[in-house]
Design a protein around this ligand. Structure first.
Ligand code: ATP
Length: 387
């Protein structure tokens, strides 16, 4: 069983605590994405799983086996690096077969001539040759087995690196930003290829990225980190629809969720001077919290409406960005209906509208909200408020 359990994992580098008391349960066959901005500790966590970094506290289990004291070679995990880490003087076939060759390694492989002949014989053994051929076929590398890495494109090199991990048939694949050296188009293609690989191999994958689109499209689970702390762990849908705090809400989704300053008092729920009728669950949450709140509304849950509509906010168009099938319209709300964006006070919200927006800058508009999809946070702590 390739389930992984991280129990109270902590990592300190001198006075810097890079990972703070992380608990995660990864089910066999999951594609876990470790997501977060630069420096949040994702690579450190992955390296601890691989055994390339010691842990300061806690325990790591693979199935029922505790593995944090084991060397990397005994963990049954294969690591794919951002830099591919291929051997430049070895052919594609030799690179892919290298981990298998290592299984048969003997000290006398180092002896000149004799060692070379012995290595060749092992490399050509039916077991290794068949594994390399099968792996190359899955990855579309059959025609390139005799070429050197420098003659390949970035995407092809990354496939060789994947192949080298696959031949070992590990229980767990660990990948550290494997697509970050590729251009946008190739990233999209490789994203789909790795997802398919995961489906076909049915292994457990742990994948590090700072790219939320990769996380949302590839992961069956996402662990979102910030400053070494776990912010939320769940399916991509849970993280998108049910964010635990304003940090998660702001990190996932492009453009970010709008966070609109609001408050509940005895005469109802208001954004600035505008009285808002919330759905029952949100009203109950606001009443219970009884503190200044941030109403979280995704840009696609906002609509440019008529001013006489209920819940309509007034504002001025300050920016229109055309992004092909839709447009992102930034609207500066009129005084008092103040909103905040992630970590910084601002008076602007973003609306995503279908098609090519012809709105002129400076136009006065009304904004109506689909509050069925809205969520509520404490303005003080940023934590989610639930009924
Ligand atoms: P990136 O996306 O930029 O690679 P990351 O989320 O993977 O970032 P880590 O590389 O895990 O972040 O680093 C987390 C924190 O630990 C950072 O503050 C980093 O400076 C620190 N750190 C990592 N490795 C070491 C080390 N060997 N010695 C000291 N500090 C380290």
């Amino acid at each position: 069983m390739a389930s992984i359990k991280l129990s109270h994992i902590t990592k300190s580098f001198g006075s810097v605590t890079a990972i703070k008391d992380i608990n995660l349960d990864v089910v066999d066959g999951d594609f876990l994405v470790l997501l977060g901005p630069s420096g949040c500790g994702k690579s450190t966590l992955l390296r601890m799983l691989a055994g390339l970094e010691t842990i300061s506290d806690g325990a790591i289990y693979l199935g029922d086996r505790r593995i944090d004291g084991l060397p990397p070679s005994e963990r049954d995990m294969a690591f794919v690096f951002q830099s591919y880490a291929l051997y430049p003087h070895k052919s594609v076939g030799e690179n892919i077969g290298f981990p298998l060759l290592m299984r048969y390694f003997r000290w006398w492989f180092h002896i000149p001539i004799l060692g070379t002949i012995a290595k060749r014989r092992v490399e050509r053994s039916p077991e290794i040759a068949q594994s390399v051929t099968r792996t190359a076929k899955i990855l579309g590398l059959t025609e390139m087995l005799d070429r050197l890495p420098r003659t390949l494109s970035g995407g092809q090199r990354q496939r060789v690196a994947l192949g080298r991990a696959m031949v070992r048939q590990p229980e767990v694949f660990l990948m550290d930003e494997p697509l970050s050296n590729l251009d946008a188009k190739l990233r999209t293609t490789m994203r789909a290829e790795i997802t398919k690989l995961h489906r076909d191999l049915k292994g457990t994958f742990v994948y590090v990225t700072h790219d939320q689109v990769e996380a949302m499209t590839m992961g069956t689970k996402i662990a979102l980190l910030r400053d070494g702390q776990l912010q939320q762990f769940g399916t991509p849908r849970e993280i998108y629809e049910d964010p635990a705090n304003t940090y998660v809400a702001g990190f996932i989704g492009v453009p970010s969720m709008n966070l609109i300053r609001s408050r509940y008092s005895d005469d109802g729920f208001r954004i600035g001077p505008v009285k808002i009728t919330l759905p029952n669950r949100l009203m109950a949450a606001a009443r219970k919290a009884n503190c200044p709140t941030l109403l979280g509304v995704r840009p696609n849950a906002l609509r440019i409406g008529r001013s006489d509509e209920p819940h309509a906010l007034q504002g001025t168009v300050v920016l229109v960005e055309q992004v092909g099938a839709e447009s992102n319209v930034s609207v500066e709300l009129t005084a008092d209906a103040t909103s905040v964006e992630q970590d910084q006070s601002s008076n602007t919200i973003i609306i995503t509208t279908p098609g090519y927006s012809e709105l002129e800058l400076g136009t006065l508009i009304s904004v109506s909200m689909d509050l069925e999809q809205a969520v509520l946070f404490s303005a003080k702590t940023g934590e989610r408020i639930r009924a």
